[in-house]
Design a protein around this ligand. Structure first.
Ligand SMILES: [Zn+2]
Length: 81
C-alpha cells in the first residue's frame, strides 16, 4: 500500500511547480459602443451621446462598436479618449 502511494506521489513531486494557472478571469465585458455622425466630413467617433460636437451633426447619428469605429475614425476631441 505504501509502495503504491509512493508511485503515485513521485510523479507529482517530480513535476513540482505550482498548480496550473486558472484561466484568466476577464472582467464582465460591456459592449463598447460609440456614436458617429454619418455626415460626409465626419471623421471622429463620440463616446457620449450628448457630446456638443455630435449635436452639431446634421446627418444621422449611428451607434457602432468601438472596435469598428477605431478602424476609420479618430476619437472626438471633446468627449473621446
Ligand atoms: Zn464627441
Amino acid at each position: 500500500m505504501l509502495h503504491l502511494l509512493a508511485v503515485l506521489l513521485i510523479p507529482a513531486l517530480f513535476l513540482g511547480g505550482e498548480p496550473a494557472p486558472k484561466k484568466p478571469v476577464r472582467p464582465p465585458k460591456r459592449r463598447a459602443v460609440v456614436f458617429v455622425c454619418t455626415g460626409p466630413y465626419a471623421s471622429t467617433y463620440h463616446t457620449q451621446i450628448d457630446c456638443p460636437a455630435l449635436k452639431q451633426c446634421r446627418h444621422e447619428v449611428r451607434v457602432i462598436s468601438l472596435q469598428r469605429a477605431r478602424i476609420y475614425r479618430t476619437p472626438c476631441m471633446v468627449c473621446g479618449r
